[in-house]
Design a protein around this ligand. Structure first.
Ligand code: ADP
Ligand code: MG
Length: 247
């Protein structure tokens, strides 16, 4: 929301660790994003990138795995959505549905229905007017409508872990074409006991597609158990921490 004072983030220290990090961007128009995406950024009222966006957008654009830690409200959603949408539009791949089983190219996992809907709505906003199809799946509501919608095919699926596994078991979703896996709010996912479901997703997508998948993890804190998960799920990754990251 435009009421947030993003300038307050400018003075926060940023730590980047890992091999060969790309240079941070100073503005959205120097990020190498297509005009289409830039126009949707402008329409969203974003004037300049937040610190996590400055450092992490070029990392994702460069095809690297990422562990991004930054406080709530610091713009982590756009950090992964903008480069992913840009890459999907840059290298369009056919939308695949086999026997009503969709093969999304992007799986975004988030711990709650509310956060899942927020990400879904941001994704629709940034992809507005493009060919990209975005679907959503969360629990506490009938499977039918969500399932019918997913079965039409989607480039991006935003889901809570339990409902995602449910759709995988019902053969409505498979990971054969998945190029990106995003784990948002990893620390909350852990606290809520969702890691077994997340691990199932990671196993599925690793078995099918080990070499090409790009995995991005985000968290507000970086405790020991999240560090371990990052080590297991990510390969040759860069770690970006904005401010003091509790652990
Ligand atoms: P986080 O996931 O880090 O908690 P969000 O991605 O939900 O934060 O962003 C918080 C709010 O800030 C959202 O309303 C989002 O639209 C807005 N926002 C994100 N990046 C920018 C930016 N560069 N300029 C202005 N507003 C932004
Ligand atoms: Mg968030």
């Amino acid at each position: 929301t435009s009421g947030i004072n993003f300038d307050k983030f400018d003075h926060i220290a940023v730590k980047v660790t890992g091999e060969n990090p790309p240079k941070p961007i100073v503005s959205f128009d120097t990020a190498g994003l297509r005009k289409y995406v830039l126009d949707n950024i402008t329409k969203s009222g974003y004037k300049k990138p937040t610190p996590i966006q400055k450092h992490a957008i070029p990392i994702i654009m460069n095809g690297r795995d990422l562990m991004g830690c930054a406080q709530t409200g610091s713009g982590k959603t756009a950090t992964f959505l903008l480069p992913i949408i840009n890459i999907l539009l840059q290298e369009p791949k056919e939308l695949i549905v086999t026997n009503t089983c969709a093969q999304p190219q992007v799986i975004i996992i988030s711990p709650t229905r509310e956060l899942t809907l927020q990400i879904f709505n941001e994704a629709r906003k940034f992809a507005y007017g493009s060919i990209l199809k975005i679907a959503v799946a969360y629990g506490g509501t009938a499977v039918r409508y969500q399932g019918d919608n997913i079965s039409k095919g989607c480039h991006i699926l935003v889901a809570t872990p339990g409902r995602l596994i449910d759709f995988v078991n019902r053969r409505r979703v498979s990971f054969e074409s998945t190029r990106f896996v995003v784990l948002d709010e990893a620390d909350r996912m852990l606290d809520l006991g969702f890691m077994p479901d997340v691990e199932k997703v990671m196993e599925h997508s690793t078995m099918v597609q080990s070499g090409e998948r790009q995995t991005l993890m985000f968290s507000a804190t970086f405790p020991e158990d999240i560090q371990q998960l990052a080590g297991r799920f990510l390969k040759d990754y860069l770690f970006v921490a904005v401010g003091i990251v509790g652990g």
